[in-house]
Ligand binder design. Sequence first.
Ligand code: GDD
Ligand code: MG
Length: 359
Amino acid sequence: MKALVLAGGFGTRLRPLTLNTPKPIVPIFGRPFLCHQIDLLKQVPDVDEIILSLNYHPDRIEAVLGHGQDAGLPIRYVVEPEPLGTGGAIKFAEPYLDGTTIVFNGDVLTETDLAALVERHRARDARATIVLAPVENPARYGLVETDGEGNVTRFVEKPDPTQITCNTINAGIYVLEPDTFDRIPAATKYSIERRYFPSLVERGETFAAFVERGYWLDIGTPAAYRQAHRDIFDGRCRTGCAALAGPGETMVSASASVAPTARLLAPSFVGPGATVHPGAEVGPHAVLGDGSVVGTAARVRDSIVWPESIIGTDATLDGAIVGHRCRIGDHACLGPGVVLGDDSTLTPHTRFGEAPTTP
Ligand code: GDD
Ligand code: MG
Protein backbone atom coordinates (compact mmCIF):
# COMPACT_ATOMS: atom_id res chain seq x y z
CA MET A 1 0.00 0.00 0.00
CA LYS A 2 1.28 3.47 -0.90
CA ALA A 3 0.96 6.67 1.09
CA LEU A 4 0.85 9.80 -1.03
CA VAL A 5 1.78 13.06 0.67
CA LEU A 6 0.67 16.25 -1.08
CA ALA A 7 3.50 18.64 -0.37
CA GLY A 8 3.80 20.81 -3.46
CA GLY A 9 2.16 24.03 -2.25
CA PHE A 10 4.07 27.30 -2.06
CA GLY A 11 3.51 27.72 1.68
CA THR A 12 2.41 31.30 0.97
CA ARG A 13 0.94 31.90 4.41
CA LEU A 14 4.22 30.90 6.06
CA ARG A 15 6.29 33.40 4.09
CA PRO A 16 8.96 34.62 4.53
CA LEU A 17 9.98 31.40 6.31
CA THR A 18 9.08 29.30 3.27
CA LEU A 19 10.99 31.39 0.71
CA ASN A 20 14.02 29.15 1.20
CA THR A 21 12.57 26.33 3.30
CA PRO A 22 9.50 24.67 1.75
CA LYS A 23 6.70 24.04 4.25
CA PRO A 24 7.19 20.22 4.32
CA ILE A 25 10.64 20.66 5.86
CA VAL A 26 10.17 23.63 8.20
CA PRO A 27 11.72 22.45 11.48
CA ILE A 28 9.62 21.33 14.43
CA PHE A 29 12.07 21.11 17.33
CA GLY A 30 14.85 20.95 14.77
CA ARG A 31 13.31 18.08 12.80
CA PRO A 32 11.82 18.50 9.30
CA PHE A 33 8.04 18.58 9.59
CA LEU A 34 7.48 15.66 7.20
CA CYS A 35 9.48 13.36 9.47
CA HIS A 36 6.63 13.60 11.98
CA GLN A 37 4.15 12.52 9.30
CA ILE A 38 6.44 9.72 8.18
CA ASP A 39 6.56 8.46 11.80
CA LEU A 40 2.78 8.28 11.75
CA LEU A 41 2.67 6.49 8.38
CA LYS A 42 5.17 3.91 9.63
CA GLN A 43 2.56 2.75 12.11
CA VAL A 44 0.45 1.34 9.27
CA PRO A 45 1.88 -2.11 8.59
CA ASP A 46 0.57 -2.20 5.00
CA VAL A 47 2.36 0.99 3.89
CA ASP A 48 5.48 -0.01 1.95
CA GLU A 49 6.37 3.28 0.22
CA ILE A 50 5.81 7.00 0.72
CA ILE A 51 5.30 9.06 -2.40
CA LEU A 52 5.98 12.75 -2.00
CA SER A 53 4.08 14.85 -4.50
CA LEU A 54 6.16 17.99 -4.92
CA ASN A 55 6.45 21.07 -6.94
CA TYR A 56 8.05 23.89 -4.98
CA HIS A 57 11.82 23.46 -4.26
CA PRO A 58 11.69 19.63 -4.63
CA ASP A 59 15.49 19.48 -4.64
CA ARG A 60 15.66 20.99 -1.15
CA ILE A 61 13.17 18.48 0.20
CA GLU A 62 14.97 15.57 -1.43
CA ALA A 63 18.30 16.80 -0.05
CA VAL A 64 16.87 16.64 3.49
CA LEU A 65 14.83 13.42 3.32
CA GLY A 66 16.86 11.43 0.77
CA HIS A 67 15.34 8.13 -0.26
CA GLY A 68 14.05 7.31 3.16
CA GLN A 69 17.18 5.68 4.60
CA ASP A 70 16.66 7.56 7.91
CA ALA A 71 12.88 7.42 7.74
CA GLY A 72 12.85 3.63 7.57
CA LEU A 73 10.44 3.57 4.62
CA PRO A 74 11.35 4.09 0.96
CA ILE A 75 10.47 7.57 -0.35
CA ARG A 76 9.67 8.25 -4.01
CA TYR A 77 9.55 11.79 -5.37
CA VAL A 78 6.97 12.73 -7.96
CA VAL A 79 7.42 16.27 -9.24
CA GLU A 80 4.75 17.95 -11.37
CA PRO A 81 6.03 20.15 -14.17
CA GLU A 82 3.71 22.86 -12.85
CA PRO A 83 1.36 22.99 -9.83
CA LEU A 84 -1.71 20.95 -10.77
CA GLY A 85 -3.68 21.51 -7.57
CA THR A 86 -4.44 18.77 -5.05
CA GLY A 87 -6.46 16.61 -7.47
CA GLY A 88 -4.15 17.15 -10.45
CA ALA A 89 -1.21 16.14 -8.25
CA ILE A 90 -2.94 12.90 -7.24
CA LYS A 91 -3.72 12.11 -10.90
CA PHE A 92 -0.10 12.82 -11.81
CA ALA A 93 1.07 10.31 -9.17
CA GLU A 94 -1.48 7.65 -10.19
CA PRO A 95 1.01 5.50 -12.19
CA TYR A 96 2.93 4.86 -8.96
CA LEU A 97 -0.08 3.73 -6.91
CA ASP A 98 -1.16 0.12 -6.51
CA GLY A 99 -4.68 0.16 -5.13
CA THR A 100 -6.10 1.57 -1.91
CA THR A 101 -3.97 4.62 -1.02
CA ILE A 102 -3.56 6.86 2.03
CA VAL A 103 -3.40 10.51 0.95
CA PHE A 104 -2.15 13.18 3.33
CA ASN A 105 -1.88 16.96 3.15
CA GLY A 106 1.77 17.69 3.87
CA ASP A 107 1.09 20.28 6.55
CA VAL A 108 -1.12 18.57 9.13
CA LEU A 109 0.20 17.61 12.55
CA THR A 110 -1.97 14.84 13.93
CA GLU A 111 -2.10 11.65 15.94
CA THR A 112 -4.83 10.05 13.84
CA ASP A 113 -4.86 6.26 14.08
CA LEU A 114 -4.20 5.56 10.41
CA ALA A 115 -4.41 1.77 10.78
CA ALA A 116 -7.94 2.17 12.23
CA LEU A 117 -8.79 4.55 9.40
CA VAL A 118 -7.77 2.02 6.74
CA GLU A 119 -9.68 -0.70 8.59
CA ARG A 120 -12.83 1.45 8.63
CA HIS A 121 -12.45 2.20 4.92
CA ARG A 122 -12.25 -1.52 4.17
CA ALA A 123 -15.09 -2.46 6.52
CA ARG A 124 -17.34 0.10 4.84
CA ASP A 125 -16.13 -0.97 1.38
CA ALA A 126 -15.90 2.77 0.70
CA ARG A 127 -14.71 4.48 -2.47
CA ALA A 128 -13.21 7.17 -0.24
CA THR A 129 -12.87 7.74 3.50
CA ILE A 130 -12.05 11.15 4.92
CA VAL A 131 -10.82 12.15 8.37
CA LEU A 132 -12.84 14.95 9.95
CA ALA A 133 -11.72 17.28 12.72
CA PRO A 134 -14.01 19.51 14.76
CA VAL A 135 -12.88 23.18 14.71
CA GLU A 136 -14.35 26.44 16.01
CA ASN A 137 -14.39 28.23 12.66
CA PRO A 138 -14.57 26.08 9.51
CA ALA A 139 -14.17 29.07 7.13
CA ARG A 140 -10.47 28.39 6.38
CA TYR A 141 -11.05 24.70 5.69
CA GLY A 142 -13.22 22.26 3.77
CA LEU A 143 -16.56 21.92 5.58
CA VAL A 144 -17.91 18.37 5.67
CA GLU A 145 -21.50 17.42 6.55
CA THR A 146 -22.35 13.84 7.44
CA ASP A 147 -25.48 11.78 8.04
CA GLY A 148 -26.20 9.58 11.07
CA GLU A 149 -24.45 6.59 9.44
CA GLY A 150 -21.09 8.34 8.98
CA ASN A 151 -21.51 9.08 5.29
CA VAL A 152 -20.43 12.41 3.81
CA THR A 153 -23.44 14.26 2.46
CA ARG A 154 -21.85 17.60 1.53
CA PHE A 155 -18.35 19.03 1.02
CA VAL A 156 -17.82 22.79 0.72
CA GLU A 157 -14.25 24.07 0.40
CA LYS A 158 -13.62 27.41 2.18
CA PRO A 159 -17.34 27.94 2.94
CA ASP A 160 -18.67 31.47 3.18
CA PRO A 161 -20.51 32.32 6.42
CA THR A 162 -23.93 31.34 5.04
CA GLN A 163 -22.63 27.87 4.14
CA ILE A 164 -21.37 27.01 7.64
CA THR A 165 -23.82 24.45 8.94
CA CYS A 166 -21.59 22.28 11.16
CA ASN A 167 -18.16 22.34 12.78
CA THR A 168 -16.55 19.29 11.18
CA ILE A 169 -13.88 19.96 8.59
CA ASN A 170 -11.64 18.02 6.25
CA ALA A 171 -8.51 17.15 8.20
CA GLY A 172 -6.57 16.57 4.96
CA ILE A 173 -6.18 12.80 5.48
CA TYR A 174 -7.94 10.35 3.17
CA VAL A 175 -8.08 6.76 2.06
CA LEU A 176 -8.89 6.67 -1.66
CA GLU A 177 -9.54 4.04 -4.32
CA PRO A 178 -7.58 4.95 -7.45
CA ASP A 179 -10.28 3.54 -9.73
CA THR A 180 -12.27 6.68 -8.84
CA PHE A 181 -9.56 8.86 -10.38
CA ASP A 182 -11.00 8.31 -13.86
CA ARG A 183 -12.98 11.54 -13.36
CA ILE A 184 -9.81 13.61 -12.83
CA PRO A 185 -8.46 14.97 -16.13
CA ALA A 186 -4.73 14.35 -16.72
CA ALA A 187 -2.25 17.24 -16.77
CA THR A 188 -4.94 19.72 -15.76
CA LYS A 189 -5.27 21.89 -12.66
CA TYR A 190 -7.93 20.19 -10.55
CA SER A 191 -8.93 20.50 -6.90
CA ILE A 192 -9.77 17.35 -5.02
CA GLU A 193 -11.71 19.47 -2.52
CA ARG A 194 -13.76 21.53 -4.98
CA ARG A 195 -14.46 18.84 -7.57
CA TYR A 196 -13.60 15.24 -6.68
CA PHE A 197 -15.19 15.13 -3.19
CA PRO A 198 -18.44 16.83 -4.31
CA SER A 199 -18.56 14.40 -7.26
CA LEU A 200 -18.54 11.39 -4.90
CA VAL A 201 -21.60 12.81 -3.14
CA GLU A 202 -23.36 13.67 -6.41
CA ARG A 203 -22.82 10.15 -7.76
CA GLY A 204 -23.98 8.52 -4.54
CA GLU A 205 -20.69 6.62 -4.07
CA THR A 206 -19.76 5.37 -0.60
CA PHE A 207 -17.87 8.31 0.90
CA ALA A 208 -17.24 7.55 4.56
CA ALA A 209 -16.28 9.88 7.40
CA PHE A 210 -13.86 9.10 10.22
CA VAL A 211 -14.06 11.64 13.03
CA GLU A 212 -10.77 12.39 14.77
CA ARG A 213 -11.18 13.72 18.30
CA GLY A 214 -7.47 13.67 19.10
CA TYR A 215 -4.89 16.27 18.25
CA TRP A 216 -5.02 17.94 14.84
CA LEU A 217 -3.48 21.16 13.50
CA ASP A 218 -2.67 22.62 10.08
CA ILE A 219 0.74 24.23 10.66
CA GLY A 220 0.45 26.49 7.62
CA THR A 221 0.44 29.94 9.27
CA PRO A 222 3.02 31.53 11.60
CA ALA A 223 0.52 31.50 14.47
CA ALA A 224 -0.23 27.80 13.89
CA TYR A 225 3.46 26.98 13.54
CA ARG A 226 4.11 28.51 16.98
CA GLN A 227 1.01 26.79 18.33
CA ALA A 228 2.37 23.41 17.17
CA HIS A 229 5.48 23.93 19.30
CA ARG A 230 3.45 25.07 22.30
CA ASP A 231 1.18 22.04 21.99
CA ILE A 232 4.11 19.64 21.86
CA PHE A 233 5.83 21.44 24.74
CA ASP A 234 2.68 21.21 26.86
CA GLY A 235 1.92 17.59 25.98
CA ARG A 236 -1.32 18.35 24.09
CA CYS A 237 0.31 16.74 21.06
CA ARG A 238 2.54 13.73 21.65
CA THR A 239 3.89 13.57 18.09
CA GLY A 240 7.36 15.12 18.14
CA CYS A 241 7.60 14.85 21.88
CA ALA A 242 10.62 12.58 21.48
CA ALA A 243 12.64 15.78 21.01
CA LEU A 244 11.80 16.71 24.60
CA ALA A 245 12.55 15.02 27.87
CA GLY A 246 8.78 14.95 28.37
CA PRO A 247 5.79 17.31 28.35
CA GLY A 248 6.54 20.53 30.22
CA GLU A 249 10.25 19.70 30.39
CA THR A 250 13.32 21.52 29.13
CA MET A 251 15.67 19.74 26.79
CA VAL A 252 19.24 20.93 26.37
CA SER A 253 21.26 19.23 23.70
CA ALA A 254 24.55 17.73 24.89
CA SER A 255 26.53 19.97 22.55
CA ALA A 256 24.77 23.21 23.63
CA SER A 257 26.52 25.61 25.97
CA VAL A 258 24.49 27.39 28.65
CA ALA A 259 26.21 29.86 31.01
CA PRO A 260 25.71 29.06 34.71
CA THR A 261 24.03 32.44 35.30
CA ALA A 262 21.59 32.00 32.40
CA ARG A 263 18.05 30.94 33.34
CA LEU A 264 16.19 28.26 31.42
CA LEU A 265 12.46 28.39 32.12
CA ALA A 266 10.59 25.16 31.33
CA PRO A 267 9.48 24.11 28.87
CA SER A 268 12.26 25.02 26.49
CA PHE A 269 14.40 23.42 23.84
CA VAL A 270 18.06 24.23 23.27
CA GLY A 271 19.35 22.61 20.10
CA PRO A 272 22.78 21.19 19.27
CA GLY A 273 25.62 23.69 19.35
CA ALA A 274 23.42 26.56 20.63
CA THR A 275 24.97 29.02 23.09
CA VAL A 276 23.19 30.90 25.87
CA HIS A 277 25.28 33.70 27.39
CA PRO A 278 25.36 34.85 31.05
CA GLY A 279 22.27 36.41 32.51
CA ALA A 280 20.08 35.46 29.53
CA GLU A 281 16.58 34.10 30.16
CA VAL A 282 15.28 31.42 27.79
CA GLY A 283 11.69 30.19 28.01
CA PRO A 284 9.09 29.26 28.69
CA HIS A 285 8.20 27.89 25.25
CA ALA A 286 11.46 28.92 23.59
CA VAL A 287 13.06 26.88 20.80
CA LEU A 288 16.71 27.58 19.99
CA GLY A 289 17.85 26.03 16.71
CA ASP A 290 21.23 24.46 15.99
CA GLY A 291 24.15 26.81 16.51
CA SER A 292 22.01 29.79 17.52
CA VAL A 293 23.31 32.26 20.09
CA VAL A 294 21.42 34.15 22.80
CA GLY A 295 23.42 37.16 23.98
CA THR A 296 24.15 38.34 27.49
CA ALA A 297 21.00 39.30 29.43
CA ALA A 298 18.79 38.68 26.39
CA ARG A 299 15.30 37.18 26.82
CA VAL A 300 13.66 34.64 24.50
CA ARG A 301 10.19 33.41 25.36
CA ASP A 302 7.39 31.83 23.33
CA SER A 303 9.60 32.20 20.27
CA ILE A 304 11.30 30.00 17.70
CA VAL A 305 14.83 30.75 16.58
CA TRP A 306 16.07 28.87 13.52
CA PRO A 307 19.66 27.64 13.20
CA GLU A 308 22.67 29.96 13.22
CA SER A 309 20.78 33.10 14.29
CA ILE A 310 22.33 35.45 16.82
CA ILE A 311 20.26 37.36 19.38
CA GLY A 312 22.14 40.41 20.65
CA THR A 313 22.91 41.53 24.19
CA ASP A 314 19.80 42.54 26.17
CA ALA A 315 17.53 41.88 23.17
CA THR A 316 13.99 40.57 23.79
CA LEU A 317 11.99 38.08 21.72
CA ASP A 318 8.44 37.40 22.84
CA GLY A 319 6.12 35.59 20.42
CA ALA A 320 8.50 35.89 17.45
CA ILE A 321 9.85 33.53 14.79
CA VAL A 322 13.35 34.19 13.51
CA GLY A 323 14.62 32.50 10.32
CA HIS A 324 18.09 31.13 9.58
CA ARG A 325 21.25 33.19 10.14
CA CYS A 326 19.55 36.36 11.38
CA ARG A 327 21.39 39.03 13.38
CA ILE A 328 19.22 40.68 16.02
CA GLY A 329 20.97 43.81 17.26
CA ASP A 330 21.65 44.50 20.93
CA HIS A 331 18.64 45.81 22.93
CA ALA A 332 16.24 45.09 20.04
CA CYS A 333 12.73 44.09 21.04
CA LEU A 334 10.53 41.77 18.92
CA GLY A 335 6.95 41.19 20.01
CA PRO A 336 4.08 38.82 19.20
CA GLY A 337 3.55 37.93 15.57
CA VAL A 338 6.92 39.11 14.26
CA VAL A 339 8.34 36.76 11.62
CA LEU A 340 11.81 37.40 10.20
CA GLY A 341 13.00 35.75 7.01
CA ASP A 342 16.44 34.15 6.65
CA ASP A 343 19.48 36.45 6.86
CA SER A 344 17.58 39.43 8.31
CA THR A 345 19.75 41.91 10.16
CA LEU A 346 18.23 44.25 12.73
CA THR A 347 19.97 47.38 13.94
CA PRO A 348 20.45 47.65 17.72
CA HIS A 349 17.40 49.03 19.57
CA THR A 350 15.00 48.08 16.74
CA ARG A 351 11.43 47.68 18.02
CA PHE A 352 8.95 45.46 16.20
CA GLY A 353 5.50 44.26 17.17
CA GLU A 354 5.84 45.26 20.80
CA ALA A 355 2.81 45.12 23.04
CA PRO A 356 1.47 48.69 23.18
CA THR A 357 2.48 50.54 26.33
CA THR A 358 0.57 53.43 27.84
CA PRO A 359 2.36 56.78 27.33
N1 GDD B 1 1.80 18.48 -5.36
C1 GDD B 1 1.00 19.51 -5.08
N2 GDD B 1 0.57 20.31 -6.11
N3 GDD B 1 0.64 19.73 -3.79
C2 GDD B 1 -0.16 20.80 -3.54
C3 GDD B 1 -0.63 21.65 -4.55
C4 GDD B 1 -0.23 21.40 -5.91
O1 GDD B 1 -0.59 22.09 -6.87
N4 GDD B 1 -1.43 22.61 -3.97
C5 GDD B 1 -1.44 22.34 -2.65
N5 GDD B 1 -0.67 21.25 -2.38
C6 GDD B 1 -0.43 20.65 -1.07
C7 GDD B 1 0.12 21.63 -0.05
O2 GDD B 1 1.54 21.58 -0.01
C8 GDD B 1 -0.48 21.14 1.25
O3 GDD B 1 0.32 20.18 1.90
C9 GDD B 1 -1.79 20.47 0.83
O4 GDD B 1 -1.68 20.23 -0.58
C10 GDD B 1 -3.02 21.35 1.11
O5 GDD B 1 -2.81 22.62 0.56
P1 GDD B 1 -2.98 23.95 1.44
O6 GDD B 1 -2.66 25.10 0.57
O7 GDD B 1 -2.27 23.82 2.75
O8 GDD B 1 -4.56 23.94 1.63
P2 GDD B 1 -5.44 24.51 2.83
O9 GDD B 1 -4.74 24.31 4.13
O10 GDD B 1 -5.88 25.88 2.49
O11 GDD B 1 -6.74 23.55 2.76
C11 GDD B 1 -6.60 22.14 2.69
O12 GDD B 1 -6.30 21.61 3.97
C12 GDD B 1 -7.34 21.81 4.96
C13 GDD B 1 -6.86 21.13 6.24
O13 GDD B 1 -5.69 21.69 6.66
C14 GDD B 1 -7.92 21.54 2.15
O14 GDD B 1 -7.70 20.18 1.93
C15 GDD B 1 -9.05 21.77 3.14
O15 GDD B 1 -10.23 21.12 2.69
C16 GDD B 1 -8.66 21.21 4.51
O16 GDD B 1 -9.70 21.47 5.46
MG1 MG C 1 -2.88 23.73 4.72
